[in-house]
Each structure stands twice: as structure tokens, then as C-alpha cells.
Design a protein around this ligand. Structure first.
Ligand code: SF4
Length: 319
């Protein structure tokens, strides 16, 4: 273990200097169907202590995820590697933007050790964007996966990666390390990319998912969307078709929640019935697994969902 940190939380202006000049978008009151569990269980406190002790960052905290009370009660934390500072500035995201520091060479072992202590049967590892690195951080992802294979061999591994900015060989490096699930989120519909994901390109993200299946057709692929940013139902259905064309297995859809008044304005809350309808469409289009609800996030219930995903493929192969 190395690199223990316990930093004071950054102020809003420090986290998002690039958004400071933007006009305020008032945050609408959440509807009754969005209710979250307060983070106050002993397991929550224990998970937090372990993360600080190992000097690890989690997307649960950095993205201010509404599910943290529930997930951490079960010690399900999603690790965020390569620091807590992102080189991009997506309009929906609460992760801090800025110039990241050097990679911690001890991080892969620290994560594997923490996974053992948490007793995780399935782990999700994500990262900030590291466009400053020659390989976009792909090599570090591979080292984390390899450390997990070595030190926590019974744990299945899901990675949720950035697009690596099309850096040559990056996708191949991560696939070669053999995660069980390769997740990359499209996040929103192509029309909204210039405002919501200005540093990304829709077809680069889609191509990444396609490429994973080209390299290893047996690897599970997964992608996620947020709704509530102004997209239409028809646009979402088109994205589903694009993802199926890339042979993506698992689709997650959740409600966008505006982190601060400086973030992208919330357009509307989709109702639980609308999420159900989207899930029905997605299943009809052939995804092996679909999770669509207001509080669905990429890593929400990821372990249980992975077990279902494997079962769904096994059942499909039998028919
Ligand atoms: S849904 Fe994912 S990011 Fe949110 S608290 Fe749970 S594990 Fe963390």
C-alpha cells in the first residue's frame, strides 16, 4: 500500500474552473420517484476509511453519485484510477477538471489489495480522461487488470474506459489484459455531443465498442446513456440501433441529475414508466441485458448484472 491521501474537498470553482464563467442554471427539485438512501451506515464509513487508507479515488464520490449510500452499504465502490483530475470538461460531469499529476505506480497493487479487503466478487474500474498521456492511460488500465488477476483471481473485472482519444494501440492494450466486461459510455445522443461532450466524438466512441468486439468477440461489451438533457425518444432508439450494430451486449440508461448550477441544464425528468418503455424497446432490439431506471448508473448493481449477463449469453448459446 502506498500514497495515502485525505485531502480537503475542492470548492465548486476549484473543481470546475472552466465552468465558472457560465450563467447559473437553477437545479430543479427532484420528483418523488427519485429518493436515495442517506450515506450513514457503518459499512459506508468502513468503505470510505479503506479508500483513504489506500490512497484511492472513487467515482462514487467524485461524481457525487446519488447511489453511494446504498452501494457502499454493500461495500460496492467503483474505483477511479489515474487521479481525481480529468483533462476534459464534459458539461454533465462533476469530476474535477485540470492538469492531472503523475501516475501512481503503486495504484494497481493498492486497488487489488482494497478489493480483497472489501471482498468484492466483481469490481468496476473507471478513470478520468488522461489525454496528456501518450497511450491515454491504456497501459495503466492494463496494469490494474493484471494486478487484479494476480492478487484477486476470483474477482471478475469490469472496466469503464475513456475513449483514449484514438491513441494507437490503446484499445488493444486493454483488451489484451482480459477484463470480463469492457464498458464505454456513449452518454448522450450524437446531436448533443458538441454541448454535452465537447471533447469527444460520437463515432469515435461507437468505433471503440465495435473494435473491442473485433479483437475479442467473446468479451462482454457495455454502454450507457443519460436522459434528461434534451434528447428525444427517437434519437435514443437510433442510438440503440447503433449500439446493436456494434454488437454491444449490455445497455444502461439513467436519469441525468444536474450536479451544480454551472453544469448543463436539466431538460426534464423521465418517468419510471418511460424508462420501462425504453427498456422494452432495448430488449426487443436484441441487447442481452438492459438496465433502465432513474437511478441506473453504469456501475449500479454491476456484480448482480454481470451474473445475469453471463446467464443470458449461456441461455442464448443453448438455443
Ligand atoms: S452506482 Fe456506481 S458510482 Fe454510484 S455509488 Fe454505486 S458503484 Fe458508485
Amino acid at each position: 500500500m502506498d500514497g495515502s491521501v485525505d485531502k480537503a474537498p475542492l470548492s465548486r470553482a476549484e473543481r470546475h474552473p472552466e465552468k465558472a464563467h457560465r450563467p447559473d442554471n437553477p437545479i430543479p427539485r427532484k420528483p418523488d420517484w427519485i429518493r436515495v438512501r442517506a450515506p450513514n451506515s457503518p459499512e459506508y464509513a468502513e468503505t470510505k476509511r479503506l479508500m483513504r487508507q489506500h490512497g484511492l479515488a472513487t467515482v462514487c464520490e467524485e461524481a457525487a453519485c446519488p447511489n453511494i449510500g446504498e452501494c457502499w452499504k454493500h461495500k460496492h465502490a467503483t474505483f477511479m484510477i489515474m487521479g481525481d483530475t480529468c483533462t476534459r470538461a464534459c458539461a454533465f460531469c462533476n469530476v474535477a477538471t485540470g492538469k492531472p499529476g503523475a501516475l501512481n505506480p503503486h495504484e494497481p497493487a493498492n486497488i487489488a489489495e482494497a478489493v480483497g479487503k472489501l471482498g468484492l466478487g466483481h469490481v468496476v474500474v473507471t478513470s478520468v480522461d488522461r489525454d496528456d498521456l501518450e497511450d491515454g492511460g491504456a497501459g495503466h488500465f492494463a496494469q490494474v487488470i493484471e494486478a487484479l488477476h494476480r492478487m484477486a483471481p476470483a474477482t471478475t473485472i469490469e472496466v469503464l474506459t475513456p475513449d483514449f482519444m484514438k491513441k494507437p494501440g490503446a484499445i488493444e492494450t486493454v483488451v489484451a489484459a482480459r477484463p470480463d466486461v469492457f464498458n464505454h459510455n456513449l452518454e448522450t445522443v450524437p446531436r448533443l455531443y458538441p454541448t454535452i461532450r465537447p471533447g469527444a466524438r460520437y463515432f469515435t466512441s461507437l468505433r471503440l465498442l465495435w473494435r473491442v468486439k473485433e479483437i475479442d468477440p467473446a468479451m462482454f461489451t457495455k454502454s450507457g446513456l443519460m436522459v434528461g438533457l434534451g434528447e428525444t425518444r427517437e434519437e435514443i432508439l437510433q442510438v440503440m440501433d447503433d449500439l446493436r450494430a456494434a454488437d454491444v451486449d449490455f445497455l444502461t440508461i439513467g436519469q441525468y441529475l444536474q450536479p451544480t448550477p454551472k453544469h448543463a441544464a436539466l431538460d426534464r425528468f423521465w418517468t419510471p414508466a418511460e424508462f420501462e418503455a425504453l427498456a422494452t424497446h432495448a430488449r426487443a432490439k436484441g441487447f442481452l441485458m438492459v438496465s433502465a431506471s432513474p437511478l441506473t448508473r453504469s456501475s449500479y448493481h454491476a456484480g448482480d448484472d454481470f451474473a445475469r449477463l453471463r446467464a443470458a449469453r449461456a441461455a442464448q448459446l443453448k438455443t
